[in-house]
Write a protein that binds this ligand. Structure first.
Ligand code: NOJ
Ligand code: NOJ
Length: 477
């Protein structure tokens, strides 16, 4: 019997049918792309990676591309996001072979922390330096510096490993070797989060939402790790600063337009994947749909996501004729002109990931709440829906909850399908894909693109990097 007939006989009609078609092709894509992404990501890590010759052990190159653009450098941000994923793979038991590489990352980053550079002295202001040469030496040409998200992301990655080491009885190594490295980054964050920073796209020197949220997360994690290491004064200090950052984060919300502004400067709309990345990289599955920490299923984050996605409907020829709410290719921000301004793989993947994260939390809560802020997001899937809480009902597959979760999962899959459609046959993921032809553009084999694919795929299976302390926080201003 044909699938269509089976579904029809089950009383499942039109849109559900499209949903299942999407699932089939997305499943195939994920099965094929997962091993490619993992091996090409590892190929970009020194000293043995196939594409990273000359890189020190543990150094992540951003991409092997040496011209137009030249990305054969190591960025603290990209490296930390990549190792965050690898460390999670290791501590979850999925890939025990990664331990040597993780230790190499820690030791090379400890050296980089002590390398004087144009952002400032070793172990102090120099921690905000965004990128280094792949032999670990300082990069001294002009650049958008400092970028204050790097130390926070690096601390978060290393703390995940530290927590695992503590659980497995390695506390002396954590205390003596790892904590001092982490502490340098946390102290940098604690003392400098109020100061201006270049944003993650290295363009605007102001204050930036992504930077603030990853700083906030690192300080909360630092506070709780410090307690375990009997560093009570440190713990209080990090927590007090985290309260300040959490308050500051709220100021990015634009209540009139119902989205999160990415930066305080820059003179743009402020719609930016900065904020979507902020939500997925601070997802805490135990925090419910908390608004203050901008959880993926919070009303603000859902409203923001829709505004962000819709801003790309008119800017790329590729999206022409795709009407709301159907999934489209998305980029860094609609005004982007870098390489002509194209969709990015990691940006489109982040949209899917936020939605899968939201689905995971709703599933845990057994309920979806619609508020006046998120109503326009939900209306896309349930015209006329009103604010309220819609509970999962085990006796019914026709409840509003079931309808919404199926439709939103199909929606998320649609963004993966866009990425799948523009992935070349060998599975390589560049930085961007052309806004008209869909062909890969800018840096080839962008390490961060592979990491973004792998975390989105994990989220689709209901996986996450776990709780970090977002639950039950009060905004104290
Ligand atoms: C401008 C780009 O938008 C930015 O992201 C990039 O890092 C710099 N140029 C340097 O290539
Ligand atoms: C440019 C991106 O804008 C930035 O976020 C990234 O760190 C570098 N390329 C390296 O991938």
């Amino acid at each position: 019997m044909k699938l269509a007939t089976v579904l029809h006989s089950l009383g499942l009609t039109g849109s559900v049918l499209d949903f299942s078609k999407t699932i089939i092709s997305v499943d195939t894509y994920i099965a094929k792309e997962t091993p490619v992404a993992k091996s090409r990501l590892l190929a970009n890590i020194g000293p043995d990676g196939d594409k990273s010759h000359g890189a020190l052990a543990g150094i992540v190159i951003a991409s092997p591309s040496t011209k137009n653009p030249d990305y054969l450098y190591t960025w603290t941000r990209d490296s930390a996001l990549v190792f965050k994923l690898l460390i999670e793979d290791f501590v979850s038991g999925d890939d025990p072979s990664l331990r040597g590489l993780i230790d190499a990352y820690i030791s090379v980053e400890a050296t980089i922390q002590q390398t004087p550079n144009p952002s400032g002295p070793a172990g102090k202001g120099g921690l905000g330096e965004p990128k280094f040469n792949i032999d670990g030496s300082a990069f001294t040409d002009p650049w958008g510096r400092p970028q204050r998200d790097g130390p926070a992301l690096r601390a978060t990655a290393m703390m995940q490993y530290a927590e695992w080491l503590l659980k497995t009885g390695n506390s002396s190594y954590v205390k003596r070797s790892l904590w001092p490295i982490i502490q340098l980054d946390l102290d940098y964050v604690a003392t400098s989060w109020r100061q201006p920073t270049f944003d993650l796209w290295e363009e605007i020197n102001s204050e930036s939402f992504f930077t603030a949220v990853v700083q906030h997360r690192s300080l909360r994690e630092g506070s709780s790790l410090a307690v375990k290491l009997q560093q009570h004064a440190e713990s209080l200090k990090y927590n007090a600063q985290a309260d300040g950052v959490l308050c500051f984060m709220q100021s990015f919300w634009n209540p009139d337009r119902a989205y999160m502004r990415a930066n305080t400067g820059g003179g743009r709309s402020g719609l930016d994947s900065n904020t979507v990345l902020a939500s997925i990289h601070t997802f805490d599955p135990s925090a419910g749909c908390d608004t203050a920490t901008f959880q993926p299923c919070s009303d603000r984050a859902l409203s923001n996501l829709k505004k962000y996605v819709d801003s790309f409907r008119r800017v790329y020829a590729l999206n022409k004729g795709v009407r709301t709410p159907d999934p489209v290719a998305t980029g860094r921000y609609p005004e982007d002109v870098y390489f002509g301004g194209n969709p990015w793989y990691l940006a489109t993947l982040a949209v899917a990931e936020q939605l899968y994260d939201a689905l995971l939390t709703w599933h845990t809560l057994r309920a979806i709440t619609v508020t006046p802020i998120s109503q326009h997001f939900f209306t896309q899937f349930a015209p006329g829906i009103s604010p309220g809480t819609y509970r999962a009902d085990s006796n019914s597959t026709s409840s509003t909850y079931s309808h919404l979760s199926a439709a939103i999962r199909a929606h998320a899959d649609g963004f993966l399908a866009v990425v799948a459609r523009h992935t070349p046959p060998d599975g390589g993921l560049a930085e961007q894909f052309d806004k008209a032809s869909g062909a890969p553009a800018s840096a080839v084999d962008l390490t961060w693109s592979y990491a973004a694919a792998l975390t989105a795929f994990r989220a689709r299976k209901g996986g996450s990097s776990g709780a970090w302390g977002a639950k039950g926080l009060d905004v104290v201003c």
